[in-house]
Ligand binder design. Structure first.
Ligand SMILES: O=C(O)CCC(=O)C(=O)O
Ligand SMILES: [Fe+2]
Length: 315
């Protein structure tokens, strides 16, 4: 990647760099949510079921119902792809917030135009083979979140061990422009840190795409399915937020008491990066704030209410 690219204050998705092929990794959910406080806080994900494996074809068939990011009826208008005359220029300046060693938020980093493009990429891939689905556990319980993977299959039960998804599909590759975007974001983050080593550069080879409706949550967990080498080196997780804002909770030790966790609001356009000493933070999404997405994004994409989140990792 050229330095010119790295110095872009808001890198465009259309600056392409070399494609990094390969395999990849993801989240390890803590299997302790029970009737009690944590479930009250994080009632979106069935964390306690994660130990069981699944792959029944009955589940697979149920999982393949298409899920559109776009409001029902809006797809046919094709507004997402046409110029509507809606002003997309960002008015808010970018800034950053360091949350700890190896953990940073680049605020308002993704331009509105790129947010629109990312929604369109995810909509296109999300409706195709390997697109959005609700993973289900062997017990038959489905995750509430709609999710898909790029680059390599990750599933809350089988982690990275199954190349194919339980519905027989393979995840599409990570689009080149997203790989380039993520690497530029890491380099921009490094420039804000005391030492660039706090967050090592990585070549993402997996991306998990989550869509949260306004009532979805994500329970407290660590992302630790990636290779021991990747975790040992502290290769970062890079997380992009688009759509409604979210309250993100995190801490370095597991707790069932929400008050012991730190909180931060992730808004549309923010990029959060956690690597190095923060690579194994416990984290979760407590709340999605309805009606908080930028109006021009909604007008341009017809994104349904909720939040799109992409997390990139290197296996
Ligand atoms: O939605 C987010 O901000 C976090 C997603 C996440 O933690 C994950 O997919 O592992
Ligand atoms: Fe995570």
């Amino acid at each position: 990647m050229s330095m010119a690219l790295c110095l872009q204050p808001k890198p465009s998705l259309y600056f392409k760099s070399s494609l990094f092929a390969g395999s990849t990794g993801m989240a390890q959910f803590r299997g302790v949510v029970k009737q009690g406080r944590v479930q009250d806080v994080f009632h979106g994900v069935v964390i306690g079921k994660c130990k069981r494996y699944h792959n029944s074809s009955a589940n697979a068939l149920r999982q393949t119902q298409p899920f559109s990011l776009i409001l029902p009826g809006a797809e046919s208008t094709n507004l997402a792809r046409e110029s509507t005359g809606i002003e997309l220029g960002n008015t808010l300046p970018s800034s950053h917030e360091i949350l700890g060693s190896g953990m940073i938020i680049l605020k308002n980093y993704i331009s509105l135009k790129d947010q629109v493009d990312i929604v369109n990429i995810c909509q296109k891939l999300g409706m195709g083979p390997g697109g959005f689905y609700q993973a289900s556990y062997r017990s038959g319980v489905k995750q509430r979140l709609h999710r898909m993977c790029y680059g390599r299959n990750w599933d809350p039960e089988t982690k990275y061990s199954e190349r194919y998804r339980s519905d027989g599909s393979l995840p599409p590759p990570i689009p080149d422009e997203l790989i380039s975007f993520v690497q530029t974001a890491i380099q921009d983050a490094q420039a804000h840190l005391n030492s660039a080593n706090e967050i090592p550069l990585m070549c993402p080879n997996i991306c998990l795409v989550n869509f949260y409706t306004t009532t979805d949550r994500l329970g407290l967990h660590q992302d630790r399915s990636e290779s021991s080498d990747s975790l040992k080196r502290g290769l970062p997780v890079v997380s992009l937020s688009i759509g409604d804002s979210a309250e993100f909770l995190y801490g370095h030790t597991y707790t069932e008491d929400e008050n012991e966790l730190s909180k931060v609001v992730l808004q549309s356009g923010d990029v959060m990066i956690f690597g190095g000493k923060s690579r194994l933070i416990y984290h979760g999404v407590k709340t999605i704030f309805p009606n908080s997405a930028p109006p021009p994004l909604l007008q341009r994409t017809k994104l349904r209410p909720g939040r799109l989140n992409l997390t990139f990792r290197e296996y």
